[in-house]
Design a protein around this ligand. Structure first.
Ligand SMILES: CCCCCCCCCCCCC/C=C/C(=O)SCCNC(=O)CCNC(=O)[C@H](O)C(C)(C)COP(=O)(O)OP(=O)(O)OC[C@H]1O[C@@H](n2cnc3c(N)ncnc32)[C@H](O)[C@@H]1OP(=O)(O)O
Length: 309
């Protein structure tokens, strides 16, 4: 489906058609990437596309796309960002030349600051519906992707930013104790929905997830490694090199075997949201519409501003 058509359909309903998602068994296995390009030959074919929020470059010779978040100041996940993120994933998913995507940030010190809090403050029910559908869609696409997904976490990554990283197949974080990651919703006086929680549990296990979620903890990078929230830490300047090496290792496997295994591991959690999407939207709307929740979110935004001055 052309991106323009897709954008129009999202615009109308806030939903990307799930029929666009190719099932794991529908993508032919491709051979592992060939040897490095000999010097003197023309550069490997490379397709890039960009929108206001995200830049994507696909190296067709290796089958690896680099996706960079570029929405200053903090890559917050606004409705526009989420829509562009889903469209970018969709384009890559449907491109047979693409087998894997590395997700990182083009901004210094921030991977993503999570859901854009302003989208949850003082808006209409229609807006909340559209926004939450876009959050769901992004997660369904990323968590259910057939591609190998590697998060190169080059900065702080609270809440929704953490969800993006948790939804990937592998997480590498810059070894900087000033960068933290976690589902800190409780600190904002809000609750991580069941599918955020399920994704977290699937990565770190029930006990660690329960404690971390109740406390709304943001874990500095070394602690995140100990908890298994990220798979490894590397010096910041080595992050992209390491991400490419991990990607090559994962792509050395036949696609069909890896994809079927991924589907087997993730299907129950994905199906749970698919079966309860409308109910989940209703829960979100009734939760954020409460005056007490609006107050908590406003106070949190004020705290962020005060901390700055
Ligand atoms: C039975 C149970 C029922 C349950 C039902 C559940 C229903 C569902 C409920 C709702 C669920 C919602 C889930 C929410 C998920 C989220 O992701 S919420 C967002 C959480 N994010 C954060 O807490 C991060 C906040 N930001 C920061 O900590 C810092 O900004 C930073 C990311 C560490 C960066 O710091 P620094 O570089 O110092 O930049 P700042 O000066 O702080 O920020 C720059 C400007 O950006 C604004 N900003 C920051 N984060 C956000 C954000 N997430 N959204 C919007 N805006 C943000 C910040 O205010 C600054 O703005 P200006 O002052 O105007 O410059």
């Amino acid at each position: 489906m052309a991106a323009a058509t897709l954008a129009r359909r999202i615009g109308r309903s806030g939903v990307l058609p799930l029929c666009c998602r190719l099932p794991a068994w529908d993508r032919a296995a491709r051979p592992p990437p060939g040897p490095a390009q000999p010097p003197g030959l023309p550069l490997a074919p490379c397709r890039s596309f960009s929108n206001n929020k995200i830049q994507v470059e696909l190296d067709e010779s290796s089958g690896v796309a680099m996706m960079k978040f570029k929405s200053p100041p903090v890559n917050s996940l606004s409705l526009e960002f989420l829509t562009e993120f889903s469209i970018s994933l969709e384009k890559l998913e449907n491109n047979k030349a693409c087998r894997g995507v590395i997700i990182t940030s083009a901004l210094p010190k921030i991977f993503s600051s999570g859901l854009d809090i302003t989208e949850m403050c003082g808006k209409s029910i229609e807006h909340y519906t559209e926004f939450w559908r876009a959050v769901q869609e992004m997660w369904l696409r990323l968590y259910g992707s057939n591609m190998v997904t590697v998060a190169a976490v080059n900065g702080s990554s609270p809440a929704g930013g953490c969800l993006v990283a948790l939804s990937c197949d592998y997480r590498i974080m810059a070894e900087n104790p000033k960068f933290s990651i976690g589902l800190n919703e409780a600190q904002l006086g809000i609750v991580a929905p069941f599918w955020f929680k399920d994704t977290f549990v699937n990565v770190v296990g029930h006990r660690i997830a329960e404690r971390s979620l109740q406390l709304g903890s943001l874990h500095p990078a070394p602690e995140a490694l100990k908890l298994g929230l990220v798979d490894e830490l590397v010096p910041e300047e080595k992050l992209m090199e390491k991400a490419a090496a991990v990607m090559a290792q994962w792509l050395a496997l036949p696609d069909h075997a890896r994809q079927l295994t991924k589907t087997m591991m993730r299907k129950a959690v994905l199906d749970r949201l698919v079966a309860h999407r409308e109910e989940d939207i209703k829960n979100f709307i009734s939760f954020v519409s409460k005056e007490s929740i609006q107050k908590s979110l406003r106070m949190y935004m004020e705290m962020l501003k005060k901390r700055k001055s």
